[in-house]
Design a protein around this ligand. Structure first.
Ligand code: BES
Ligand code: ZN
Length: 643
């Protein structure tokens, strides 16, 4: 018999604790353990950081390793099985606290199968609930038997009709920021690095892939389990739990080099492999800049179109949207970005979600350096410039000044509230300021050293400052003021010493925009040889006051409405909505219902909703149709707009 969870109002010690934890976090009275040497952050300020988005108290009992045995039931749309957690505990630890959300907990045992007492606290709508498990003296393992539910936000179960191949269903997971707790009961904090292994049982002929070493690329028969096949994985390097990732589908693989390759639905694999044929060179370029790639293989999985992000840096296996498959490699900077996270984010991880800019700002900077290596300075400057313009736009429209700081205060809020261009582009702009202040040579040596010093550790903004003071800024007491360090990190807006990227190519594009607005017909503009980024900049630089004739003239000359490049189409559709340009509406509807990338769909719905008496009805009608096709992450954002 397994011990059932009991309601928190039962006045047992543990029930009381759980009741308290519904509103506040567990504060342990036990003496603290020294964290083990492999994650003892060298900086005092990092060691003392507190993750306000997790119920866990890892200083009392810390998850070190997760062992999953899960079966995918595509009919019920649930994963079910066990998570066995290996713990490191303080000598006096009496319980371990996990984060769980929308999970059906069926029982908890120790390693030998003996039931353990546990209690589930009150569920918070964003953070979920603490799962507090009583630990017998010296216990080092707990086994949680559970099922995911229809409310499990990390997982999206796709019907065959939502895939490219149309024949088989698909499952994908998205853990960042705090959604791993909706499919794995663990300590869901980026400060609690954990190794993992998994057995994933899936119905033939589907294949499972994970952000880990694939031990059985073709699966194994699963005796006594009908047509289930078992796939085994292991990740021996300790990672933050938001990087545990799974996808299941009619997936096939093409190598692109010795240590790189592409996974995609069988129906997409050829297109994907051609688009990403330079993957091996990307890894080489990244290594040349900032040191060895530490994760073994680097593969990219192209997902079905409902994947809510452009990309997600799951270790060893980047997850990516098919909307980057433009046919001409023009949108591969996204892969440079996710690859760069193998250093910034996956090796050196933001300790808390308030330090998110340490992941994304560093990565945006690094991404651009990879693009410069691969495609040259001009292309890199164009990309920087596009980023800088969207930063300006975000700053101009920001409703909460606090969210334009690099270091944010998201206590009590969804980490997703801090998601915008700010951590990416303001963060990258700050690193470019450091680069230009100290020179590339010195800056690069520092950044490479930073990745080495803090590899497999978590980093806070204060820890970053502490490091800077001991390295780049050492022996120069005036440096912090000149850099406006405090303002960059802890104040809203963009400091006056930000350096605006100057792209000569874009200056020429702007001249063409001016010519057009002054009456030159579209077909007479000088656009020969323009790459995707120049077209993007052209469209984004057009004023929102064009006449219908001018919109038609552009569309006739350049066929924007029928563009097959997702970035060009997206930029054009935004402009089309602003001008109430109706010939683009069928393409808009197709775009909104054929992919679910949040960065594309959310701004388009916002733009439609802003067109009172014209766009609102369409937004509502199309969203009603598209919503079931979107991942929960995209739904949550668009739900705030279309209502
Ligand atoms: N790690 C992010 C995606 C993310 C951030 C997911 C926060 C959940 C919470 C990923 O690396 C990313 O930044 N993706 C971008 C693409 C990139 C080229 C800017 C995206 O999806 O648009
Ligand atoms: Zn990123």
């Amino acid at each position: 018999m397994r011990t059932k969870g009991f309601a928190p109002d039962r006045r047992t010690t543990i029930g009381l604790m759980a009741a308290l934890m519904g509103t506040t976090f567990l504060t342990a009275c036990e003496p603290k353990v020294e964290p083990a040497s492999d994650d003892s952050a060298p900086l005092a300020l990092v060691r003392s950081a507190k993750d306000v988005h997790s119920y866990a108290d890892p200083n009392v009992a810390r998850v070190r390793h997760v062992d999953l045995d899960l079966t995918a039931d595509f009919r019920a749309k649930v994963l079910k099985g066990t998570a066995a957690l290996t713990l490191q505990t303080a000598p006096t630890a009496r319980q371990v606290v996990l984060d769980v959300k929308a999970l059906d907990i069926e029982g908890v045992t120790d390693a030998s199968g003996e039931p353990l007492k546990y209690a589930l606290g009150t569920a918070h709508p964003i953070f979920g609930a603490p799962l507090t498990i009583e630990l017998p003296q010296g216990a080092q393992k707990v086994v949680v038997k559970y099922k995911t539910t229809a409310n499990t936000q990390a997982l999206q179960w796709l019907d065959p009709s939502q895939t490219e191949g149309k024949k088989h269903p698909f499952l994908l997971s998205q853990g960042q920021s705090i959604l791993t707790r909706t499919w794995i009961p663990t300590q869901d904090s980026p400060m609690v690095r954990q190794t993992y292994s998994a057995i994933i049982r899936v119905p033939a002929p589907l294949k499972a892939v994970m952000s880990a070493e694939m031990l059985t690329p073709d699966g194994e028969a699963s005796p006594g389990n009908g047509d289930l096949r078992a796939y085994r994985f292991k990740m021996d390097q300790a990672i933050p739990p938001y990087l545990i990732a799974l996808a299941i589908g009619d997936i096939s693989f093409r190598p692109t080099g010795d240590r790189t390759g592409v996974y995609a639905e069988r129906a997409t694999i050829t297109r994907a492999a051609v688009e990403l044929e330079d993957l091996e060179k990307f890894v080489a370029a990244a290594e040349k800049l900032y040191g060895p790639y530490r994760w073994g293989r680097y593969d990219v999985l192209i997902l079905p179109p409902s994947f809510p992000f452009g990309g997600m840096e799951n270790p060893r296996l980047t997850f990516a949207t098919p909307t980057i498959l433009a046919g001409d490699k023009s949108l591969v900077s996204l892969v440079a970005h996710e690859l760069a996270h193998s250093w910034s984010g996956n090796l050196v991880t933001n300790a808390t979600w308030n330090d998110f800019w340490l992941n994304e700002g560093f990565t945006t900077y690094f991404e651009n350096r990879i693009m410069e290596e691969m495609y040259g300075k001009d292309r890199a400057l164009m990309l920087q410039s596009l980023g800088y313009s969207s930063l300006q736009e975000t700053l101009a429209g920001a409703k909460e000044p606090g969210l334009t700081q690099l270091h944010t205060d998201l206590k009590g809020r969804d980490p997703d509230d801090g998601f915008s261009d700010i951590p990416y582009e303001k963060g990258a702009a700050f690193l470019r300021l450091l680069e230009q202040t100290y020179g590339r040579k010195k800056f690069d040596a520092w950044l490479k050293g930073y990745f080495t010093r803090y590899a497999f550790k978590s980093m806070t903004t204060a820890g970053f400052v502490e490091d800077l003071r001991e390295t780049l800024l050492k022996g120069d007491p005036g440096a912090e003021d000149r850099l406006k360090l405090d303002e960059w990190l802890y104040k809203p807006g963009l400091p006056s010493n930000a350096i605006k990227p100057q792209s000569e190519a874009f200056a020429k594009v702007e001249a063409q925009v001016e010519a057009f607005t002054k009456g030159t017909p579209a077909k007479s503009l000088v656009t020969e040889g323009w790459v995707t980024q120049e077209w993007q900049h052209f469209i984004e630089s057009l004023p929102e006051t064009l006449s219908l004739e001018q919109m038609k003239d552009l569309d006739t000359a350049f066929a924007f409405t029928s563009s097959r490049n997702s970035e060009i189409l997206f930029a054009w559709l935004k402009l089309a909505i602003a001008h109430r340009y109706e010939p683009a509406l069928p393409a808009l509807e197709t775009f909104l219902t054929s992919q679910g990338r949040r960065r594309f769909v959310s701004p388009l719905y916002t733009a439609l909703m802003a067109q009172k008496g014209w766009g609102v009805d369409m937004a509502k009608r199309v969203y009603a149709k598209a919503r079931p096709l979107y991942h929960s992450v995209t739904r949550a954002t668009v739900d705030e707009t279309v209502k």
